[in-house]
Design a protein around this ligand. Structure first.
Ligand code: HEC
Ligand code: HEC
Length: 335
């Protein structure tokens, strides 16, 4: 050991300038080349499109009706809750309530964390377990869910809306030429139309569209790691997720009672599988996971790498990955 040390000392004396440069390089890893990084990132992630699937038929009138309904507390049994209560879009909130799990109309909490409605229409299915195919099917759920908005049945919802002159007018405009525009199906269709406008814009997209300066050096390194360590085997596509069901605790188990996708399919092998959440706006949507039990984003990243990839991140790597995730926040919400 002594021998080794004296050797490196001699080397240091002989090559002082070179050693100093090498040391510096070790401390601050070389900035990845933006163009090469972008090419790889475009392949597996891409850019958020300007339009969501299904938006072709969304008229301004239908979107406006959907907006009214999204904020409508009369859609809950005791007029205490709207969609916005658990998926808050006001005050620059990111389509979530930032609660581990959400209290419903009677204060009782559900079992799962409220995911964001922002960019949700880009996902291949809705809910943590994917039990709804799309936004329209999803929107029919919470209104009648007894621990959420708790309306007794569709007829009661329609009755309330028909009693309101502003809705008689708004439905007629949103669904023109129909004898009976106020239906439960149309209610869900209009809410979905509004949700299809919830597309966010962030610095990562600016980078993907060609702006080399949109990301800092540490964020670029985070992106490089995100592509290299295996995060994109699950978090891929323009939302960085929402494309598959995967087991939480794939290599090292995660403690939860929730069987996830299995509850929908009853198929062996689907236990503990959840829809891979999208990571757009993730810095704003905590706490994390289906149970809302992870409060800190950096710790969540460390946990993911360990559980899903059997990879122990260094402090620097965790910081860089977390910095990259911050670049996915909607610019209008973080300015
Ligand atoms: C009491 C809180 C609460 C209310 C009110 C509520 N939601 Fe949710 N929402 C949740 C929770 C919790 C989940 C996740 C449940 C699950 O996956 O099993 C969810 C899931 C969703 C999703 C799926 C997102 C994804 O990534 O899978 C969408 C979209 C959504 N809600 C929209 C709405 C709309 C529209 C309304 C109003 C009609 C509404 N929610 C009312 C709590 C709520
Ligand atoms: C094998 C698939 C897989 C891999 C690989 C993976 N993830 Fe995940 N990720 C998931 C699943 C599934 C969840 C949801 C877990 C849950 O809710 O219980 C998740 C959740 C997350 C969350 C919390 C999001 C939220 O809204 O709750 C973050 C942050 C995250 N992953 C980041 C990463 C990072 C960074 C990497 C790479 C180091 C990574 N993931 C690798 C499947 C994966």
């Amino acid at each position: 050991m002594f021998e080794r040390r004296s050797c490196s000392l001699i080397a240091a004396f002989l090559f002082v300038p070179l050693t100093a440069a090498a040391l510096q390089a070790a401390e601050a890893p070389a900035k990845p080349d933006p163009a090469a990084l972008r090419a790889r990132a475009l392949e597996v992630l891409g850019v958020l499109p300007d339009r969501m699937p299904g938006a072709e038929h969304d008229t301004p009138e239908r979107i406006e009706l959907g907006r009214m309904l999204y904020f409508e507390k009369r859609l809950s049994i005791n007029e205490s809750q709207s969609c916005n209560t658990c998926h808050d879009l006001t005050r620059r909130r990111a389509g979530v309530d930032n609660e581990p799990t959400s209290p419903g109309a009677f204060g009782k909490r559900g079992d799962r964390n409220s995911p964001t409605t922002l960019n949700a229409g880009f996902h291949f299915a809705q809910f943590w377990d994917g039990r709804a195919e799309d936004l329209k099917e999803q929107a029919k759920g919470p209104v009648l869910n007894p621990v959420e908005m708790a309306m007794p049945d569709e007829a009661e919802v329609v009755k309330r809306l028909r009693a309101a002159p502003e809705y008689r007018e708004a439905f007629a405009k949103a669904f023109p030429g129909e004898a009976d525009p106020i239906t439960y199906d149309h209610t869900a269709e209009a809410i979905a139309a509004f949700e299809r406008t919830l597309i966010t814009r962030d610095r990562f997209d600016d980078f993907q569209r060609g702006d080399d300066r949109a990301l800092s050096a540490v964020e670029l390194r985070g992106l490089d790691l995100f592509l290299n360590v295996g995060c994109t085997t699950c978090h891929n596509g323009p939302v960085l997720g929402g494309t598959s069901f995967q087991k939480v605790g794939l290599i090292h188990p995660y403690e939860t009672k929730d069987l996830g996708r299995f509850l929908v399919t009853r198929e062996e092998g689907d236990e503990y599988k959840f829809k891979v959440p999208g990571l757009r706006n993730v810095a704003l949507t905590g706490p994390y996971f289906h149970d809302g039990k992870q409060t800190d984003l950096r710790q969540t990243v460390i946990k993911m790498a360990h559980m899903q990839l059997d990879r122990e991140l260094t402090a620097d790597e965790a910081a860089a990955l977390t910095a990259f995730l911050h670049s996915l926040s909607d610019k209008a919400r973080v300015q």
